[in-house]
Design a protein around this ligand. Structure first.
Ligand SMILES: [Zn+2]
Length: 351
């Protein structure tokens, strides 16, 4: 178990979990960047229905390295490689249900191992620092491990997490059944929280909220939405309605927008703020567009890291407090975000 609440935490503790964590981090927290992007940059071939979760089978060492790179870049929250890994998807590859569940747990174990390595190094570094500077301040940053849950659309592997068009036959009940076992397994995997990511519509948010209650999921979570127009969730559902569903769920300790172009974020934050005072987690993609057919990112409109980072202050002003990156962002993006926020913080305290 990490430093999360773990079994038996009270709802009061849960509702203040993210507010307390952000405070502990210094008023803002940093999330990691694109996981798949970074695996691919290191040569992984993720053209597979499991996408980045394929590495849990073929290259767990690389997954650990990517987590570690994000920690070294300044992340306070790292997200496990389970985004597109589902028991159904693993079964389609010939794994048994138990093996599939084991792979989900492994995604969290890998992230926890990366955190342990990072902490070990920090302890060593602060010891070196102490012996040279006679200063006992620890250089260790608080770090949470979030278990990633991709949407039903991610499992379909046809880009429908960016359209939210699941068809009439897909109901809240069906989505709950689809997500149930994975959510149970990840809630008991040692992760500090569950990140329901790239949620494109209202019914999936509703399914998560109901599932959390029904299954008595006792670790905190966030629900993060995708948008393709900066006004609504990707399906066209009102972002305020989506956020209101997440707001009603006590176990949901933050609401977010991820894998959405940076230029859309500020207006979405303002909309969400109208219906929720929970901490907001913002981790956009680079602004490039994903082509589901060719399974490639189209390089136009992408932002260089400096451009991406130039938005972060605006998102903070609009009311968000947790920042990172999604697809096509890298440890360099996260390093730049950390640097910017820590500079802002020190100037705040120095004036
Ligand atoms: Zn993404």
């Amino acid at each position: 178990m990490g430093i999360g609440l773990g079994g038996g935490s009270s709802l009061d503790e849960t509702s203040s979990f993210m507010v307390d964590f952000v405070k502990k981090c210094g008023g803002y927290a940093v999330v990691d960047g694109g996981f798949a992007t970074e695996l691919e940059r290191h040569g992984a071939d993720l053209n597979d229905p499991l996408w980045s979760a394929k590495c849990l089978i073929t290259s767990p060492h690389l997954a650990k390295r990517v987590h570690l790179d994000y920690l070294n870049a300044g992340a306070n929250i790292i997200t496990s490689g389970s985004y597109q890994g589902t028991i159904q998807g693993f079964e389609a590859k010939g794994f048994s249900k138990e093996e599939g569940e084991g792979l989900l747990r492994k995604s969290v174990e890998i992230a926890c191992e990366a955190r342990a390595i990072y902490y070990d190094r920090c302890t060593k570094d602060s010891w070196d620092y102490f012996t040279h500077n006679n200063d006992q301040s620890s250089l260790r940053r608080p770090v949470l491990v979030a278990a990633s849950v991709g949407s039903y659309g991610a499992y379909l592997a046809d880009g429908s997490e960016y359209t939210g068009k699941y068809g009439d036959e897909v109901s809240v009940e069906k989505l709950k059944d689809f997500h149930r076992r994975r959510a149970q397994v990840l809630a008991n995997s040692g992760a500090d929280l569950i990140a329901f990511e790239t949620t494109p519509n209202k019914i999936e948010a509703q399914a998560y909220a109901e599932l959390i209650e029904e299954e008595e999921i006792d670790i905190p979570g966030w629900i993060s939405f995708s948008s393709t127009d900066g006004i609504n969730a990707a399906s066209g559902d009102s972002i305020m309605e989506c956020a209101a569903i997440a707001d009603c769920c006590k176990q949901i300790v933050a609401i977010g927008i991820n894998c959405t172009p940076p230029r859309f974020i500020t207006t979405l934050i303002s909309s969400i703020r109208k219906v929720s005072s929970k901490p907001l987690v913002i981790y956009p993609n680079s602004g490039e567009t994903y082509d589901a057919e060719s399974k490639q990112w189209i390089r136009s409109n992408g932002l260089v890291d400096e451009d991406f980072v130039s938005y972060v202050g605006k998102w903070q002003e609009a009311g968000a407090s947790i920042f990172g990156g999604c697809c096509r962002t890298t440890p360099n993006t996260i390093r730049a975000i950390s640097k910017l926020l820590s500079a802002g913080n020190s100037s705040k305290y120095n004036t």
